[in-house]
Design a protein around this ligand. Structure first.
Ligand SMILES: *Cc1c(COP(=O)(O)O)cnc(C)c1O
Length: 471
């Protein structure tokens, strides 16, 4: 596969270059494949549907062709995914896609574990280790740390702001041993990010060590997230005849979004033939993208903090990919877009629980709220002109997507992406429903491990000295 650049279509690189560079430093653009090959219809229409790993293999294959042989790709996928995504029906037209069955209980495990194994594969003939530096304000660090833990040929240094992340998040970051270490920096997330950025431009350091980053713009984190869209849409398609008996239903994926990497992966799956009619882009009070869809003006802004904090992004990095792949008109016909505030999020946790018995986390709750409104009559009101929309008020934006009529006529089913285990946000869940979600064993276990984080000043010289003496 050839990869090009969102800012310069004359760029042509292979998968290894796109992965190892992360982004194109000379243009500031992001890598995207030049095409999204469709899967065979015999594969997509197979009954029963293929397994998650079969889907993963068949979807990954064209993107690594000529660079990772089939047998290696197959073992890479088996190693990356000892867990899977789970489709849970909660009412006849609503499915929750649980993406939290990986080691850190959040969907980022799907992308990070694939990326880690791909990087290790490309590093296999090098004598020196590859050093990954990552700054985190919470969940990315644990997914990346866990994904690279014990992966051969790679060391990871995670920087996080001391005292500014939750106790559970801190445990998930700081208790690694071996090739993954955490530095608790006396400063903010921005200080952490600055240390990492400075290190990447430090020639002395770069001459001594092979450095790389692992952030969410890497194409090898995005591609694997498309696997669970394909897999779940096939599972749901095959279940609909029993569950809701709707003929030719439109399958809609509702995606709680921050940086919009997850939603971009959904677009890739749809391009590759997944039976997905469209998407709901659901955000919290950081509604940069809904506003863009409503007004046509993209205005990045500082983030505000909310109960769904992994979505607190004011300048979503994958806006650049979405707008390179589609025109605004295409986006408006593919997506409904919706945002809600903290009050709406608590309300959604409550209504999801009382209507279905399902306990949803604050991120998934943003998606539930959007879907519940859309199928509960808001899309019908939008179509017949009785819904007032205002970009400064929570709710739908004014565009009616191509699948809007199907949703208004109750001929649509929703797949809500549940991006984290509710136990990671126990206090918010208790506030909403007065009840503690059950704690997965792997989260309980991490709470009792010793903290190995190394204290670090926020000045670059101390950080550099540490790297020079300990890598
Ligand atoms: C990162 C994250 C999101 C947002 O995903 P994007 O790809 O950045 O849109 C949503 N929920 C949880 C729990 C996350 O960790």
């Amino acid at each position: 596969m050839i990869y090009t650049d969102t800012r310069d279509k004359s760029v042509k690189v292979n998968f290894q270059t796109a992965v190892m560079n992360g982004m194109n430093a000379s243009t500031g653009g992001l890598y995207i494949p030049v095409e999204f090959p469709k899967l065979e219809s015999s594969f997509i229409n197979r009954i029963p549907e293929p397994s998650f790993r079969e889907v993963a293999f068949n979807m990954a294959k064209p993107y690594v062709e000529g660079e990772i042989p089939d047998a290696d790709l197959e073992s890479l996928i088996i190693d990356a995914y000892p867990f899977t995504s789970q489709v849970v029906p909660v009412d006849p037209v609503t499915y929750v896609l649980e993406l939290f069955h990986g080691p850190t209980c959040a969907f980022k495990d799907f992308g990070a574990r694939f990326m880690a194994r791909v990087m290790s594969y490309f590093n296999r003939n090098e004598n020196d280790n590859l050093h990954i530096l990552v700054a985190t304000s919470g969940d990315t660090g644990s997914a990346v740390g866990s994904a690279f833990h014990n992966v051969p040929g790679i060391d990871v240094t995670i920087l996080y702001p001391d005292g500014k992340i939750s106790p559970l998040q801190e445990k998930q970051l700081s208790t690694f041993t071996g090739n993954v270490r955490a530095l608790k920096v006396k400063g903010t997330f921005d200080d952490c990010q600055k240390l990492v950025k400075t290190a990447f431009t430090d020639t002395e350091l770069r001459n001594k060590f092979r450095l790389s980053s692992a952030n969410s713009i890497n194409i090898s984190r995005l591609l694997p997230q498309s696997f669970y869209y394909m897999y779940s849409s096939l599972v749901v398609k095959n279940r609909i005849p029993q569950d809701s008996k709707i003929e030719n239903p439109s399958i809609i994926c509702i995606v709680p979004s921050g940086n919009f990497g997850n939603l971009t992966s959904g677009l890739i799956a749809r391009e590759m033939g997944a039976p997905i009619a469209g998407f709901v882009a659901a955000t919290n009070s950081n509604h940069t993208v809904p506003d863009w869809i409503a007004t046509g003006n993209y205005e990045a802004r500082p983030s505000v903090s909310t109960l769904s904090n992994a979505m607190d992004v004011g300048a979503p990095s994958n806006y650049e990919r979405i707008s390179a792949m589609y025109s605004l008109e295409q986006v408006r016909s593919l997506f409904a877009s919706y945002w809600t505030d903290d009050e709406g999020t608590l309300d959604a946790i409550r209504s999801c629980h009382s209507n279905t018995g399902y306990i949803i986390d604050p991120h998934g709750a943003v998606g539930w709220k959007a879907w519940n409104d859309i199928r509960g009559g808001k899309m019908a009101e939008l179509i017949n002109g009785t819904l007032k929309t205002d970009i400064n008020e929570p709710g739908l934006t004014a565009n009616v997507p191509e699948w809007g009529k199907a949703a208004a006529d109750k001929k649509a089913v929703g797949i809500i992406l549940e991006t984290a285990a509710p136990a990671k946000f126990g206090a918010t869940v208790v506030k909403a429903i007065g009840r503690e979600p059950s704690m997965p064993e792997r989260l309980e276990k991490v709470m009792s491990l010793p903290d190995n984080a190394i204290p670090m000043e926020k000045d670059y010289e101390s950080f550099k000295e540490y790297l020079m003496s300990s890598l």
